[in-house]
Design a protein around this ligand. Structure first.
Ligand code: UDP
Ligand code: MG
Length: 192
């Protein structure tokens, strides 16, 4: 039985996923789950057996094994007591998608994929400026190169796969947050 409705939120590093998710939560009442934030939280959790493994992947821009990420997502979904979710920054590769389908296809329905399309140049500029204050260990030039490589080589094909299923709404993500949100609103209004 399907318990959950899910919108996947994808796009390059710095494309604006987190910012737009905050606006969506404010106006449409979904629960926002950022896979990256859940992994960073797990990394900090005293006694976590995955801390070092997660940090290695984050710094390197590579992708944490799906068993870890998917169980964090699933637990957060259950804990929320809610049934409509924005899942931000996941699935990022084939392993992620396969693991999700195996674990979640009975309980969760993917109703849409929001794809924030933003040029590499703008993504890099945004992450480097965020890096001045974010404290993130991956908002630096070296990690960014690797994150963009992973995005191009692994995540884009997942977006293409969803596109073939007619699930993708592509958003032009280079404008101001408010302007981008105007486009997002149109998509979400059509869902309701
Ligand atoms: N990450 C991962 N699996 C996920 C989400 C994130 O392995 O499902 C790791 C990956 O190393 C990624 C990092 O966490 O580069 C940061 O992800 P986040 O989504 O926070 O970055 P963003 O795309 O928002 O800049
Ligand atoms: Mg993010």
């Amino acid at each position: 039985m399907t318990k959950y409705n899910v919108i996947f939120v994808l796009g390059g590093p710095g494309a604006g996923k987190g910012t737009q998710c905050e606006y969506i939560v404010r106006d449409f009442g979904y629960v926002h789950l950022s896979a990256g934030d859940l992994l960073r939280e797990e990394r900090q959790r005293p006694g976590s057996q995955f801390g070092e493994e997660i940090e290695g992947h984050i710094k390197n821009g590579t992708i944490v094994p799906v068993q870890i990420t998917c169980s964090l997502l699933k637990r957060a979904m259950e804990k929320s007591g809610k049934d409509r979710f924005l899942i931000d920054g996941f699935p990022r590769n084939r392993d992620n998608l396969d693991g999700w389908n195996k674990e979640m296809s009975d309980v969760a329905k993917v109703i849409r994929v929001l794809f924030f399309n933003c040029s590499e140049q703008v993504c890099v500029e945004r992450c480097l400026s965020r890096g001045k204050t974010s404290g993130r260990t991956d908002d630096n030039e070296e990690s960014l190169k690797k994150r963009i490589k992973t995005y191009t080589e692994s995540t884009m094909e997942i977006i293409e796969q969803f596109r073939k299923l007619n699930l993708v709404s592509e958003i032009h993500a280079e404008k101001s947050p408010e302007e981008v949100f105007e486009e997002v609103k149109k998509v979400l209004n059509e869902l309701n």
